[in-house]
Design a binder for this molecule. Sequence first.
Ligand SMILES: Cc1cc2nc3c(=O)[nH]c(=O)nc-3n(C[C@H](O)[C@H](O)[C@H](O)COP(=O)(O)OP(=O)(O)OC[C@H]3O[C@@H](n4cnc5c(N)ncnc54)[C@H](O)[C@@H]3O)c2cc1C
Length: 386
Amino acid sequence: MATSTVQDLELIRESVKALCEKFPESYWRETDEKDEYPEEFIKALTNEGWLSVLIPEEYGGAGLGMLEAGIILEEINRSGGNSGAGHAQMYTMGAILRHGSEEQKQRFLPKIASGELRLQAFGITEPTAGSDTTSITTTAVKQGDKYIVNGQKIFISRTEHSDLMLLLARTTPKDQVAKKTDGLSLFILDMKEQQDNITIRPIDTMINHATTEVFFENAVIPEENLIGEEGKGFKYVLSGMNAERILVASESLGDGKYFVDKSVQYANERVVFNRPIGQNQGVQFPIAQSYMDIEAATLMRDKAAKLFDAGENCGAEANMAKYLATESTWKAANAAMNTFGGYGFAKEYNIERKFREARLFIVAPVTNNLVTTYIGQHVLGLPRSF
Ligand SMILES: Cc1cc2nc3c(=O)[nH]c(=O)nc-3n(C[C@H](O)[C@H](O)[C@H](O)COP(=O)(O)OP(=O)(O)OC[C@H]3O[C@@H](n4cnc5c(N)ncnc54)[C@H](O)[C@@H]3O)c2cc1C
């Protein structure tokens, strides 16, 4: 993996910023209002190679690290955009990269890097299991050289805009395994090829996230699309979670910096009682406080990303970065709403849209309660609650 200098990182920021300028806030407001997938933006991001930076050069990517990837997503969100439309591909492909066979890497990664194939869908969550992933009930049963999938997933985003889904399913019933984390397997499901055996139903949510319910009825996955060993899928998903948390922290930090930038500008310009509202400490302090929190969370994100890129254990830092980034950004989001007063609610100011979008990361892809249990139990050695 290539190591970036401070100047390289600045260049990445500037280049992503230049791309984002072609997609102003009016673009994001319109796609949000129409509940439309930002197709042109994702195409541009793919064509400029930003979505494939984590793919090694030998498979057609840029071979960069987690810090660079984080900075890309951060800049998108800081510009007023929403990287949720494409972020998953950065971490889903990691499952192939880290646990897939050489044949799978050759078959999928170059096409993902070029944009010929999209691996934007990640199918974990189920209605009855919720955060308790080992209780999922979607099954993949081996029949000859294929797996037959039956079951249901919920809140699976971008399924209608992706060719492939990284799917977690049970291959051995929970009551037949020694550990509840055994018997789950990870697959690459070709959704286009299996469209007759998959039903996708969009879920109307408070943000434009193209999230859906997915029903599998005898969907077929050839055995060569099993990632790694059968029954070890949970371990592979866990190993990708640090990447996911660092990237989500980065997007959230981008939102937080957006709120601070906008609040500062507005608080300096808006004059009420013959003075800029930012002169009032009731307005100024929440902005300054959330700025400090966001700066601290950025340091934690940087630390987590550097550890990840060095191949070191970063579980604690990745979780802390996700928590600190999303909570400090939520503070900044509220500060922005208060700073803008009534105008925060007016759609043309974009604050209400970003406010809705920023809220997601406290819940998904993992809730901050679950993140906190990781710190309590795995870092501090407190008793396990589940
Ligand atoms: C817009 C959107 C997009 C999404 N995209 C995807 C996707 O692409 N792929 C995918 O697989 N999933 C996706 N998700 C699902 C998301 O990951 C889950 O919603 C999230 O993990 C929480 O699961 P749940 O909604 O079932 O909540 P539950 O598990 O039902 O939890 C509800 C509440 O109870 C708390 N809780 C539960 N158990 C405990 C405990 N033991 N200790 C403390 N608190 C607890 C939780 O923290 C939460 O606050 C998406 C969700 C949304 C909203």
